[in-house]
Design a protein around this ligand. Structure first.
Ligand SMILES: [Zn+2]
Length: 410
């Protein structure tokens, strides 16, 4: 029986969102948390973007070191030979790529000014170039697939498969599908092409999670694995993407679904609270109070009948327990004097902060080196670093140095 997997695209779709962004260290922490959670793959960035090069290389090094394991790190580029060449020249060790091209008549005529045969050829040439460079896995993304005729989509995906592509991303780029349409389309693609499908759903009509669940069912009913695309807290273009935690909850806990449609690898939902809180802090976007699982009200009860019911038995008004999402641990909030990290931190304050986390240094030189890296990290973040970031810098100073090196072209 085919299975459900998750590909998180926070570090690509999330960061390309208007008004939002992450530092390279924050992106790295997200990869670490996603890996701890058991997410199959992180779309970790843009290999053709020069300011990403050292970040991408550093994260691939972390993978080699076993820090970013078992997660797979995959880069997103356009499906052109030029992008493939640039990607492998800037990030030679990249092994997994998704190649994206628009497929709808709307985008072909008014944006790309190309025909269906042109883009099919562009995609094939790009795939062949990536294979020639030794790419281990390639996914092809059909942008605006939900506004593309099914017959052409089948032809396009079949051509991708014939040229060695392992997965086909069905992008509901504008959030146009509904659960009924996406189920039928994805099932038909799975049956007719015989390739694992990545449903990539947006929330313009408020259905990103529902559409992802329906698409996963369609892929599996059609005999193929589903690799659902998500982002943390649903952050993504416009109204956002399918939220990671909500989609995992929907797949594993909605009525009868998990009996037939199973995860390919376990997801550790007890990391949900930590990853959502971190992404919220890093993006500077609060988690909505009514957010599934991780919102402040997800387990709050006030009215008489609800409070009475939940006190008698939580299952009266809760589908799942807060502890399943890693909530309920005591958290300390400093209400008095606080020493924060900052870009102008000094050695005394820094030693105090690290000492509170029981980190000590072998000598003054080592402390000064880590302090210097911490100051650079603050230049990028423009807010105090969290404990995990400080610990990461202290543990992997050489990696941090790479992440923090941004050298604009002459
Ligand atoms: Zn998207």
């Amino acid at each position: 029986m085919p299975k459900v997997y998750f590909i998180d695209v926070t570090n690509r779709d999330g960061v390309q969102t208007a008004r939002l962004g992450l530092s390279k260290l924050e992106k790295t922490m997200i990869n670490v948390y996603l890996s701890e959670m058991g997410v199959f793959q992180s779309e970790f960035g843009f290999p053709t973007t020069r300011h990403e090069s050292l970040y991408l290389q550093a994260n691939l090094e972390l993978a080699k070191m076993g820090v970013l394991q078992p997660i797979r790190l995959e880069g997103w580029i356009r499906a052109t030979v030029g992008d493939v060449e640039t990607a492998f020249s800037l990030v030679p060790d990249i092994k997994h790529l998704n190649l994206s091209i628009s497929t709808s008549d709307q985008m072909l005529s008014s944006k790309l000014k190309k025909g269906r045969e042109d883009i099919t050829k562009m995609m094939i040439d790009a795939v062949e170039a990536a294979r020639a460079h030794g790419a281990e896995s390639i996914g092809v993304n059909a942008e605006d697939a939900s506004r593309t005729g099914l017959e052409f989509l089948i032809k396009f995906a079949s051509a991708a498969k014939e040229h060695g592509v392992q997965r086909f991303r069905y992008c509901d780029t504008l959030g146009y599908d509904n659960p009924f349409t996406i189920y039928e389309t994805v099932k038909s693609l799975a049956e007719n092409v015989g390739i694992p499908i990545e449903p990539h759903c947006h929330g313009d009509l408020g259905m990103a999670v529902a559409n992802s669940v329906a698409a996963a069912k369609g892929a599996i009913d059609g005999g193929q694995d589903a690799y659902i695309n998500t982002t943390i807290n649903g952050i993504g273009e416009r109204a956002g993407n399918a939220d990671l935690v909500a989609t995992v909850l929907a797949i594993t806990k909605s009525k009868g679904f998990a009996e037939k449609y199973e995860l390919g690898a376990p997801i550790d939902l007890t990391k949900a609270w930590k990853i959502s809180k971190f992404a919220s802090y890093a993006f500077g976007i609060p988690i909505p109070i009514n957010h599934p699982g991780v919102g402040a009200n997800a387990f709050a009860h006030a009215s008489g009948i609800h409070a009475d019911g939940v006190l008698k038995d939580p299952e009266n008004y809760e589908l799942y327990g807060f502890n399943e999402l890693g909530r309920g641990e005591p958290e300390t909030v400093e209400s008095g004097r606080e020493i924060c990290s900052g870009e102008y931190s000094g050695i005394a304050g820094f030693r105090h902060i690290m000492g509170q986390m029981e980190v000590s240094f072998k000598d003054a030189d080592e402390a000064r080196e880590v302090l210097e890296l911490e100051r650079y990290a603050n230049v990028e973040a423009q807010k105090p670093l969290v404990e995990d970031e400080l610990l990461f810098i202290a543990k992997y100073p050489q990696i941090a140095r790479k992440l923090l090196t941004l050298t604009p072209l002459e």
